[in-house]
Design a protein around this ligand. Structure first.
Ligand SMILES: [Fe+2]
Ligand SMILES: [Fe+2]
Length: 389
């Protein structure tokens, strides 16, 4: 990586340059803050090490100027300070620097600082890569809008609530919640392996086509499993594999791909399943209007112990106001923000058959409702008359 070094002391600049070069990084130097900012604009380095007490533009001002700039990549900033006292730490971190280093630094201290920065930069790249992959998969669907943005927020809320329950407090910690937030947008990544003829089919899916559609869980899950095997240090892939593979499982064992029952379904997948279904219910589709929060909540409650983990339904009810606020805040269609109720004007009665291909929801080519296949949801829908499907 390239490192920009900014110091008006030639000896310090030389010492920094030698060590950074030895550690295998490229070096760009500047002897004052103004020149440092110019070099930063020119080279866009991932690391900047600048002295706090630069002539003209100070190191603190340089930090703030860099942070104000929009950049494709995160820049890791280290300030060189006279001492390692509280005031120096406060000044450095307060100005937007990631770390600080005393001017009397040793080679090892500088090396450790750079390694810490490299880890953070790599993590940032990982997050971006994962979300980009999920967005890519979402492009295969026609009208899912901000689905990924909403459902990761729902999942995080549910996980936070669950973490306060005795049975989950030893399982759900901050890392679990962070990983869930990070990886839940990948849940439908396997759709990249579904042929257009099925995924974008405007009409009813046949039984065979529906079976193909369901394979998105295994396609995605196996892909991530293979990646995890090749990169065992990437522990976040375990959760990603779980929720990609099992987000259509149901508590009573009637889901797919493996028909797992109850707690055998990974917790991350159970949470994502609820977030995914709630968002599908409250989103407009070509074959249905968006349900309002109350209607969607009733369906979630009806699925307690059949589709959904009962405890998760309890958690949903505890945080449903916050969930509803996210739904409105991340709405695809601002003009529709006042919760849409099930339209009553043009009534269509849901068919009574169990045959999946005959149901308008199941037939919908882009539906991933947990949806299309949810018997409790289906029963609920069959019991009422709805329109605009
Ligand atoms: Fe799915
Ligand atoms: Fe989804």
């Amino acid at each position: 990586m390239q490192v920009l070094l900014v110091d008006n002391n030639p000896d310090t600049l030389m010492k920094l340059s030698e060590i950074v070069s030895e550690l295998g990084h490229g070096v760009v130097v500047a002897t004052n803050g103004t020149e440092g900012l110019a070099q930063y604009r020119k080279h866009n380095p991932r690391f900047v090490i600048a002295n706090v007490t630069l002539e003209g533009m100070s190191g603190v001002e340089l930090c703030r100027a860099i942070r104000r700039r929009q950049s494709m990549n995160y820049t890791y900033l280290i300030l060189l300070t006279k001492a390692e006292d509280d005031a120096s730490v406060e000044l450095s971190i307060g100005s937007g620097a990631d770390d600080y280093l005393c001017e009397t630094f040793s080679r090892d201290m500088l090396r450790l600082r750079l390694e810490a920065g490299k880890r953070l930069i790599t993590l940032g790249g990982r997050d971006m890569m994962i979300f980009s992959l999920a967005k890519l998969a979402e492009c295969r669907d026609n009208d899912t809008g901000k689905h990924l943005d909403r459902m990761r927020e729902y999942a995080k809320l549910l996980a936070c609530e669950l973490s306060t329950y005795p049975e989950f407090e030893s399982i759900i910690d901050e890392q679990f919640i962070e990983l869930l937030y990070l990886t839940s947008p990948l849940h439908d990544i396997g759709k990249v392996g579904i042929p257009d003829s099925v995924l974008t089919k405007p009409g009813t899916l046949t039984s065979d086509e529906f079976a193909v559609m369901k394979t998105h869980t295994v396609i995605g899950g196996e892909t991530i499993r293979a990646t995890a095997a090749a990169y065992p240090q990437a522990s976040f892939l375990k959760m990603a594999m779980d929720l990609v593979m099992y987000h259509h499982e149901r508590w009573d064992g009637t889901g797919y791909p493996e028909g797992l029952v109850g707690n055998n379904i990974p917790l991350s997948a159970r949470i994502v399943a609820m977030a995914d279904v709630y968002d599908a219910l409250t989103s407009k589709r070509v074959y249905k209007a968006a349900f309002d929060h109350e209607s969607a909540s009733k369906i979630i409650i009806d699925g307690r112990g059949t589709h959904f983990d009962p405890t998760l339904v309890d958690a949903f009810l505890q945080v449903q106001d916050a969930i509803n606020a996210i739904r409105i805040g991340f709405g695809d269609f601002p003009q529709a923000a006042p919760a849409t109720t099930e339209p009553a004007s043009v009534a269509i009665t849901i068919p009574q058959t169990e045959e999946p291909t005959s149901h308008p929801l199941e037939a919908a080519p882009i539906l991933d409702l947990g949806a299309s296949q949810d018997s409790s949801f289906m029963a609920h829908r069959r019991s009422r008359t709805v329109s605009s499907l």
